[in-house]
Ligand binder design. Structure first.
Ligand code: PLP
Length: 426
């Protein structure tokens, strides 16, 4: 038993609902509490040193406390933490985002991924003067009413398809299409002429990992263009993680609006919504689509994002090709282990992300992910954790590699997977 974490959790429950500040952080019997982190490690309250593959749910592409970022933030701390008046750094950061994302002419900085998608959807509605949006089953775009419909991540994990307290009048305007099923979205668009936008995770990273099938995104892009419907790529996970130009660069597709967050700043609270000039200029005060936030563009998070993008741009080829190689090798090794144990399974991986599903069918959408064996995944997770490897505690999340992982770490992690898969088998 982790005595200190248990005690801290019991204490937290008295003042924090369920003891955690975001649902996926809870797992049975109680989550470990964190003392500190560095590089690829997290130390818990009971002094265990864990290899981290949760990595801030994808944010920490460069690892914990990356020196370039800590140095930039430390400098900023000396000259101020919040001004609520514009800074040159905000313009520099926006220029860097525009340079890396050819689909983006203008950017507004916000604080969270959910705030970015909320703004993107409001922009699409304001621009088109239409009401409904189309999202895909299992895609998670944050915890607001328009998108918390058949969503992945913690809402799928906790079996919440539409949240209580959410306005049905809002979620009714959200139409849900099956991921990787082009005919489904085609039919929905044929039957509805009030579509303000289509929002999609170009790589679905909230039902485990689900890759878009060949040409699916291209078809969606063509269809939305033909019907004058803004296409929103939610790159909150994939932005700066799949490449410096996100998944859109990787697949060669230009959406009309893009949201990004996590790897944008490598661990600070900042997100961005960007897109074509004519859409972005709808934002207030110049336009009539209202969006505002006290902490938007705050100097600390902006300084982290600047350092993060500069580092990524400097390392570009070396970093992404290394991670791709590591991830492919690691995924293949986990695949071989599960095969050796005769456990029915699927491995999905790309770039620096992977996940295993305990299923004998390929996992290509919400349904096939939900039908994978969650109990086996739970066993995998808890045994990995006992062996000092921390992956996200749900099969609907993803194993994220970072630049801080070494091949020695991956070998140690494979040893832990061997033990964990044996436990799954038994
Ligand atoms: C694809 C995607 N969009 C949006 C969000 C919401 O971001 P946040 O948790 O920062 O609000 C997430 C969170 O995991 C996400 O994965």
């Amino acid at each position: 038993m982790l005595l200190k974490s248990k005690k801290l959790f019991d204490d937290a429950k008295k003042v924090i609902p369920s003891g955690v500040n975001s649902p996926v952080r809870y797992f049975e019997p109680y989550p470990f509490f964190v003392k500190k982190s560095n590089g690829r490690y997290i130390w818990d309250a009971d002094d265990r040193k864990l290899i981290d593959f949760c990595n801030g749910y994808g944010a920490l592409l460069l690892g914990h406390r990356r020196k370039e970022i800590i140095s930039s933030v430390s400098k900023q701390l000396k000259v101020g933490t919040l001004y609520c008046a514009p800074t040159e750094n905000e313009t520099e950061l926006s220029k860097l985002i525009v340079k890396n994302y050819p689909s983006i002419d203008k950017v507004r900085l916000v604080n969270t991924g959910g705030e970015a998608t909320m703004t993107a959807i409001r922009l699409a509605r304001g621009y088109t003067k239409k009401n409904k949006i189309i999202k895909f089953e299992g895609c998670y775009h944050g915890a607001h009413d328009s998108v918390l419909v058949k969503a992945g991540s913690g809402s799928a994990h906790n079996g919440i398809s539409v949240s209580e307290g959410g306005l049905k009048d809002v979620s009714k305007k959200t139409l849900v299409a099956q991921y990787n099923n082009f005919e489904d979205i085609e039919n929905i668009i044929k039957k509805n002429n009030d579509i303000a936008g289509v929002i999609i995770e170009p790589i679905l990273a909230n039902m485990g990992l689900i890759l878009p099938e060949k040409n699916f995104l291209k078809h969606v892009r063509k269809l939305t263009k033909q019907n004058n419907i803004p296409l929103i790529f939610d790159e909150v996970v994939t932005g700066f993680r799949i490449s410096t130009g996100g998944a859109q660069k990787y697949f060669g597709i230009k959406p009309d609006i893009t949201t990004m967050a996590k790897a944008l700043s490598n661990g600070f609270g900042i997100a961005a919504v960007g897109g074509k000039k004519q859409i972005m200029d709808q934002l207030s005060p110049g336009g009539k689509v209202y969006q505002a936030s006290t902490f938007a563009g705050n100097p600390i998070a902006v300084s982290a994002a600047l350092a993060s993008i500069k580092t990524l741009n400097k390392l570009e080829n070396k970093l992404y090709s290394k991670l791709e190689k590591y991830c492919a090798r690691f995924s293949k090794a986990v695949d071989d282990l599960a095969t050796d144990f005769h456990i029915p399974h699927q491995i999905n991986f790309t770039s620096s992300m992977m996940q295993i599903f305990f299923s004998d069918k390929p996992v290509t959408n919400y349904e096939t992910s939900v039908n994978a064996d969650a109990k086996k995944f739970k066993k995998l997770f808890s045994t990995l954790l006992k062996n000092k490897v921390f992956i996200a505690p749900s099969q609907f999340e993803v194993v994220f590699l970072s630049d801080a992982h070494t091949s020695t770490d991956l070998n140690k992690t494979l040893d832990a997977y061997r033990i964990a898969l044996k436990a799954v088998k038994n």
